[in-house]
Design a protein around this ligand. Structure first.
Ligand code: 6R9
Length: 654
């Protein structure tokens, strides 16, 4: 490790040496890769420079080379058709199926008997599947889905925990050309219903329940609640018997997973898909009240993932890859399921809570399976860090060679704790920036990069970004601006489901060639990028994107609420939590027991949105700051939060 102090971002110089974890404001740490790592890396610094230069000179040639490393039923006519930009069609004219690359092709290679999946339940039960076993399971389910009448283009909602059948369901859908739409198991019946109806799902796959922090979370009951009255589109509900719960099974509609696949054959044809045929829909929050169903397809998505696994995560045949992302999050799709399987590596999946039964669970899992690459989120690291170093010390973590982070900015002190106490100063930390919409990693260090804690480093070769002001003009180094992506990239979103008209306005407000990420960032004098957070009205609660308007709308559906505004406030563990400003309806405002009202509203939000929406506090006010056109001005509330005196009832110009 080398210490560079001082002037980098105009910060004061700090000369005296410190312990590695005692970061002082103004000091900048720089970490160089260990020599052995440089020798062994899939991409060494020279190769990185060459790749970057060649991708700049011939971007399409660069991505074409990446695509050539995968298997296709038919190759493309053109690598990219941008004649209708910002509509971009990657690998136009090609035919493929992501499952052919993730599973089928491994069966004829040495990977056939390699472990594809190591799964561990919260109670300690485990299951392991070789590529061949996983392939057979997926085929059985694919056949069963076909016998239920499902095929190309049909939508399947997955409301599932982190269990092997979730992965199987995703792959089986892809195999038959159906489109999966995973809904986070922490979302409410209402949120589930909204997504089921929006995508007109024919099938819902769920589990009776699952284990989380020593309790059983009942999922089937929530599905039943979601399907009451409406959701006529759903013909079948398949239920995995995970928690041995005594659930109601509707005779005509519900069927146990095991009963469904029991008689099925273990071989199944893989559907031939066009490049942009949809693979999945995943909802994410935006500035509007309604979540957007981001659509990804088969071809570009797999090419992007293939590159990041091979180059960023530096996959070797002996790796054990553990990404802790949930299946309801893009990280679970890309780096628990599709990416690792395309790379032919062994992926680890853990059902439960990181603190169960105590704060060493993750380190125990790393040690027992010999995890070599650990990919997690700052909110998880912060939580575990709070419990101290004695927990990682209980286990042998020496198999780890790469650590990675995603979902929100990682502060230097969290980075250093992860580096020192989990990686024992031997493992680079890959701070990967990307989004649901980008499909896979976009900005990230490589294992051989010289690292600065807190920076997401540079765009990967083939990806080009800039930091601009509101009008799209580049800002200088050190100045905060909006992050944009200046070239199309293969794993980019195809569409917003059911709202194609929103796609261009939301993501290309500055026109083609300027994808608007919605994040604030700076570039330092070394050209490294630092992400500061969202620029729009979207909170990042423990790595989950939750729209302020989404929560405000949920409050407004309660009879006690006349008006509501929600802002994000910093939180040590979750990064951000919500604070709500509520104007009560007159008859409720007259009530004395505010605690009762708070309890009632919290329950209401849990029901409407789900437990992911953490409301830290509520304040009851007489009025909210609005513009003359009636828009809530959240920055006034934020200023108030910071101690500035404001007049809440005043009309503010935006
Ligand atoms: C993969 C994922 C995307 C938003 C993104 C940004 C934040 C993600 C980050 C990061 C700082 C990182 N974000 N990675 N911020 N450093 N390494 O998280 O997708 O759920 O769509 O969220 O998350 O604000 O815009 P998604």
């Amino acid at each position: 490790m080398e210490r560079r102090t001082g002037m980098k971002r105009g910060l004061p110089r700090k000369e005296n040496a410190m312990k590695e974890t005692d970061m002082a404001y103004g000091e900048e740490l720089v970490f160089r890769p260990l020599p052995q790592l440089v020798i062994e890396a899939n991409v060494n610094p020279q190769e990185f420079a060459t790749a970057q230069a060649s991708a700049k000179a011939d971007n399409l040639g660069y991505w074409e080379d990446a695509a050539q490393e995968l298997d296709w039923f038919n190759k493309w006519d053109v690598v990219l058709d941008d004649s209708e930009a910002p509509r971009y069609q990657w690998f136009k004219g090609a035919q493929c199926n992501i499952v052919y690359n993730a599973l089928d092709r491994h069966i004829t290679t040495a990977n056939k008997n390699k472990l594809a999946l190591i799964w561990e339940g919260e109670a300690g039960d485990t299951k392991k599947y070789t590529y061949y076993e996983l392939y057979r399971e997926v085929n059985k389910l694919a056949n069963a889905m076909r016998s239920l009448g499902l095929g190309k283009g049909d939508r399947v909602v997955l409301y599932m925990p982190l269990i092997p059948q979730t992965m199987m369901a995703m792959l089986a859908c892809a195999k038959i050309g159906a489109v999966h739409c995973a809904v986070f198991a922490g979302f409410s019946a209402k949120a589930l219903r909204q997504r089921i109806t929006e995508v007109e799902a024919k099938l819902v796959v769920t589990a009776d329940g699952f284990y989380r922090n020593g309790r059983i979370v009942n999922l089937k009951a929530t599905v039943d609640e979601a399907l009451v009255g409406g959701c006529d589109c759903v013909e079948t509900v398949v239920v995995v018997n995970r928690a041995k719960l005594d659930v109601d099974m509707g005779e005509a509609r519900d069927i146990w997973y095991d009963a469904l696949v029991r008689q099925e054959r273990s071989d199944a044809a893989t559907e031939i898909m066009n490049s942009d045929d949809p693979l999945f829909i995943l909802h994410t929050s935006g500035t509007t009240g309604e979540p957007k169903g981001i659509v990804h397809g088969h071809a570009g998505y797999m090419v992007g993932l293939h590159r990041s696994l091979d180059w960023v995560f530096d996959i070797k045949p002996t790796d054990i890859f553990w990404c802790t992302g949930d299946m309801g999050w893009i990280t679970g799709h890309s780096y628990v399921v599709y990416g690792p399987l395309i790379a032919g590596t062994t992926t680890v999946m853990y059902e439960g809570h990181p603190l169960y039964p105590q704060a060493d669970r993750m380190w125990d899992i790393v040690a027992r399976y010999g995890v070599t690459i650990l990919y997690t989120a700052p909110t998880v690291i912060r939580m575990l860090m709070r419990y101290g170093n004695q927990y990682p010390r209980m286990h042998d973590l020496s198999t780890l060679r790469l650590l990675a982070s995603v979902g929100e900015p990682i502060s230097p002190d969290t980075w250093l704790w992860f580096y020192k106490f989990i990686g024992h100063s031997q493992c680079p930390i890959l701070d990967t920036w990307w989004q649901t919409e980008t499909g896979g990693c976009m900005i990230s260090p490589f294992p051989v990069s010289v690292l600065k804690p807190g920076s997401v480093h540079r765009p990967m070769p083939g990806i080009e970004v800039d930091i601009v002001d509101e009008d799209g003009n580049p800002v200088e180094a050190g100045v905060a601006g909006n992050l944009i992506v200046t070239r199309p990239w293969p794993s980019m979103l195809l569409d917003i489901f059911g709202k194609p008209e929103l796609r261009d306005a939301t993501y290309w407000p500055l026109g083609p060639g300027k994808y608007w990420a919605g994040d604030i960032a700076t570039r330092d004098e070394d050209g490294l990028i630092w992400i500061h957070g969202r620029s729009d009205d979207v909170m990042n609660i423990a790595g989950h994107r939750i729209g302020n308007v989404e929560l405000e709308n949920a409050f407004l559906t309660h009879k006690a609420v006349a008006d509501a505004a929600v802002i994000g406030i910093p939180d040590k563990i979750k990064g951000e939590v919500a604070k709500a400003y509520i104007v009560l309806q007159a008859e409720f405002a007259a009530l004395d027991d505010r605690n009762e009202i708070i309890r009632m509203l919290k329950t209401h939000i849990r029901k409407e949105v789900g437990p992911v929406a953490v409301i830290r506090s509520m304040e009851f006010v007489e009025a909210l700051p609005r513009t003359s056109s009636g828009k809530i001005v959240r920055r006034v509330l934020k200023a108030r939060e910071a101690g500035v005196q404001v007049d809440l009832g005043a009309v503010v110009e935006d």
